[in-house]
Design a binder for this molecule. Sequence first.
Ligand code: KIV
Length: 290
Amino acid sequence: MSTTFQLDTSTSRANPTPAPMKRLTVPKIRARKTDGETGEPLVMLTAYTARQAQLLDAHCDLLLVGDSLGQVIYGLPSTIPVTLDMMANHAAAVVRGSYHAVVVVDMPFGSYEGSREQAFDSAARLLKDSNAAAVKLEGGEAMAETVAFLSQRGIPVMGHIGLTPQAVNALGGYGARGRSDAEADKILADARALDEAGAFAVVVEGVVEPIAIAVTEALSCPTIGIGASARCDGQVLVTEDMLGMFERVPRFVKRYENIAETISQTVARYADEVRSRSFPSSDQTYQPKS
Ligand code: KIV
């Protein structure tokens, strides 16, 4: 489906044509898995800006304002320096740019691990400032009490286990998890703890496939895989990775396009035309009315 947008400059709202679909809700996403079965897998992509959200919205069930924006948008070395302000601002833009998908916003490192009250304050701020529907946080058993605290107070929580990038310093890198029996058992225990605590979905990142399948079979809520398995209840990728914005991507990313090459070639044409004074032409310049 092709959608065009007209910007209402007084509200910054982009009005889509044709008229938008009704926005999905967290309970609808959760209900896509019933009695351990998910019919159509859930589609999630990251989005950080309003225009990106407009382009992705109709195709996705969920848009994730991931703290991966630290590296992708801000050029930071990891997600560790990402702040609540950054997340709130980008989440607000993504909500303004979308009408259909459930918008989930990542809680940045340091904004929720201290206590369940700290987590509530941070999550409430993110949802108030952005109008997003849910938060995502990293961690399993250690975060289960916090997930229950938030869920019981009206804040839907998506969990994130396996390779958890905010723990890069503790994990020692971004390698796949679950290769040893001890690690596999821990991932399964983490997943179960989040499910029991009331998470409405759990991202399973960078784990060996049999563990991803075992987790998916064990949980009542949907799993969303990234570097996990096609048997998860849904999939997520960083949009810039799958569009081919970067030369280097993790092994689990499929590059559907080579946008970096398209941009580079297009900008080279622009630069040539500026230097040869063939841009702007009469089509792009104003002349006095005769
Ligand atoms: O921050 C992010 O983009 C994520 C996804 C990769 C799951 O957490």
